[in-house]
Design a protein around this ligand. Sequence first.
Ligand SMILES: Cc1cc2nc3c(=O)[nH]c(=O)nc-3n(C[C@H](O)[C@H](O)[C@H](O)COP(=O)(O)OP(=O)(O)OC[C@H]3O[C@@H](n4cnc5c(N)ncnc54)[C@H](O)[C@@H]3O)c2cc1C
Ligand code: SF4
Length: 310
Amino acid sequence: MTTEQYYLKAKTTDEAIQIAMQYPDSFKYLAGGTDLLINKFQGTDETCCLIDITDIKELKQVSTHGKVLRIGALITLDDLKKHDAIVNFFPALLEAAHHAASPVLRKTATIGGNILCENRCSFFNQSEFWRESVGYCLKCEGDVCIATGGKKACFSRFVSDTAPVLISAKAQLEILDVDGIHTIPLESVYTGDGIHPRNLSKTALIQAILLPLDNRYRIIFKKLRPREAVDFSSLSTAVSKDRSGNIRIVLGGIDPKPVVVTGSIHDEMDSLIMQAVKKSRIIDNDYYSRTYRKEMIPVFLRQSFNELEL
Ligand SMILES: Cc1cc2nc3c(=O)[nH]c(=O)nc-3n(C[C@H](O)[C@H](O)[C@H](O)COP(=O)(O)OP(=O)(O)OC[C@H]3O[C@@H](n4cnc5c(N)ncnc54)[C@H](O)[C@@H]3O)c2cc1C
Ligand code: SF4
């Protein structure tokens, strides 16, 4: 049986919301498509309506408003470097974006799509034939998690490269929904449930990412992956230090959501590292083993602390 597929294009944010309200059960906004379309081809996304938002000009601007830097959701990962405010105040964001995907993909992939890209697992992000041959898991039609040998929870990995850096700088999201515009901390979007990793309403359209300009952050980003391009994160770390000596550690690539640990320059660094390792629910669902990725957390964090002169 074939399900009807719809492709609709919105010219403005209001139009996108209007269309979304007509298809509340089965649609997704389409930005660069570098995550969504691959998932559709692999059969891991069965949305039948795509609302293309790529023509919406208001989502393609970077601007400063007093003490806030506003990055439009449709700015591509490659274009971030064209904006002086990002280059001057958040160089770690450029570095993280530069580590995502590959040069060609970064010309299409947007920052809004990056922070919402789907969680991954080596037992799930496969062809339909492959998933069927291993007996399906909780995230498709199965009833247990294969990666953990039978648990009733999904630990697919949160893999966005830009989100850890953004969260380490306390980024907020500007969201347009049916009831107006809301601003929420980026961190609050992630649920920690590998099957439903985000808690945004279906119609929520990210308009922009907001970063504070009044608290100067130094941020160190690191990423573990088999190859220098194309591979998703096996572990990402972003460590920030602000003017007042507050420290934020954000880990990606290892847990269904970003792992966040906060402290200050007066804390024992080993204790912060231990908290980060303890909070991370790492399982064997990646190219690198669980043990190796766990061992790499203290390595990356110690290197980052040294670079921050802590
Ligand atoms: C080979 C390959 C390697 C990759 N490697 C990496 C990697 O190393 N690191 C990494 O982080 N990613 C990687 N990706 C995933 C992807 O390329 C990026 O995450 C990219 O930034 C996604 O952005 P997009 O604009 O293409 O999003 P899309 O695919 O268009 O959308 C992704 C999701 O976000 C939603 N969405 C997009 N924009 C909005 C919005 N404004 N409001 C509400 N919802 C929205 C979509 O509905 C969809 O659910 C890789 C992809 C491929 C194919
Ligand atoms: S973690 Fe388990 S349930 Fe989740 S996608 Fe992987 S195998 Fe499936």
